[in-house]
Write a protein that binds this ligand. Structure first.
Ligand code: PXL
Length: 328
């Protein structure tokens, strides 16, 4: 489209926008400078068409919290790998020119989230992305999505674990592994954690978790959140920041499902970017994921289809006001 045509179209859009009665208050606050542009998050993750994980859940959740999500795709899959088969189009070769185009436009991001990728080359590209785009105040959340229930996801290797640890984890300001991933990154025995989690007392379990947190923090991240430790009818989340370690136990509302880690990370990072404390952000993420699991169980939805988050998204948007500040 010619530039003049674009500006005519833009003026027409603005006229239509201004005509909308319901938008009058927004226009008023815009002209008085009360509305801030949303903060921007760059999201490095795959797009799985079916199964409610990765970008298919990360983008709507970040938007619902009032932030602007900007995806850097790592691969396009017909569905996630928890199904018996999938079609996969690897995006590795396109990632560098894609990112260079952003550099040329001199784009800036207030947050970066690195999620599912499964080639060493993609970790290198993501790591270079962080080096280029991270500034003093950028929050970098690394979700080392590679394993669950004591096992690596299909297609991942032990070497990959070392690569994530040596490159991505070191650059994170927040790292959010599940308990399996936390054990793999630190070499801690997963079986030992599972058996300690079955005991009635918390003493041995807490000391193991504090050891793991310490090891992870030594790698670089300031904040550590370890999710999903199953303790019968409760789930234990461990969080650590510069002030120390805390344990948040929440009611287990159903089975662990695909994409819950991605949803947790999205609520967590967005809430931190909206200046919530780490503890409040973890509680908010755990509460949202717990409700979505409960709803999915009530609907009898197969585990591979993830969680029914769509109908409760308004809970997230209700917390972000016009200026982008979180209300609770
Ligand atoms: O939610 C993690 C995830 C992301 N992307 C793909 C996956 C998985 C977990 O299985 O298969 C393609």
């Amino acid at each position: 489209m010619e530039t003049s045509a674009i500006s005519l179209r833009y003026s027409a859009d603005m006229r239509n926008f201004k005509k909308m009665k319901t938008k009058a208050s927004i226009i008023k606050s815009m002209s008085s400078g009360k509305v801030e542009a949303p903060k921007k998050v760059a999201v490095i993750n795959d797009l799985s068409g079916y199964g409610r994980c990765s970008l298919a859940v990360v983008l709507p959740i970040i938007s619902a919290l009032g932030l602007q999500a900007c995806p850097v795709p790592t691969a396009i899959l017909s569905n996630h790998t928890g199904f018996p088969s999938e079609y996969k189009y690897d995006f590795t070769d396109h990632m560098e020119p894609y990112i260079q185009a952003w550099e040329q436009l001199k784009l800036n991001f207030d947050g970066i989230m690195a999620g599912y990728m499964n080639y060493d080359e993609q970790v290198k590209i993501a790591s270079n992305f962080i080096t280029k785009f991270k500034k003093d105040n950028t929050i970098v959340l690394v979700d080392p999505a590679m394993a669950d229930h004591g096992r690596l996801y299909r297609g991942f290797t032990e070497d990959y674990v070392g690569y994530v640890k040596d490159r991505l984890v070191r650059q994170a300001t927040v790292i959010k592994p599940n308990i399996t991933e936390a054990c793999m990154l630190t070499g801690f025995d997963y079986g030992e954690i599972v058996s300690a989690a079955r005991e009635h007392t918390m003493r041995r379990l807490k000391s193991h978790l504090m050891y793991i947190v310490d090891d992870l923090r030594k790698l670089g991240p300031v904040d550590v959140v370890i999710t999903g430790l199953d303790r019968g009818d409760r789930i234990l989340n461990t969080l650590a920041d510069k002030d120390g370690v805390k344990f948040i136990s929440v009611r287990k509302t159903g089975q662990n499902r695909s994409g819950t880690g991605d949803i947790f990370s999205s609520v967590l990072l967005s809430s931190l970017m909206l200046n919530m404390s780490l503890e409040h952000a973890v509680r908010k993420a755990a509460d949202f994921v717990g409700s979505a699991i409960a709803l999915s169980e009530a609907a009898g939805m197969p585990v591979a289809e993830g969680v029914m988050f769509e109908r409760i998204m308004s809970r997230l948007s209700a917390t972000a006001d016009q200026s982008g500040n979180i209300k609770n």
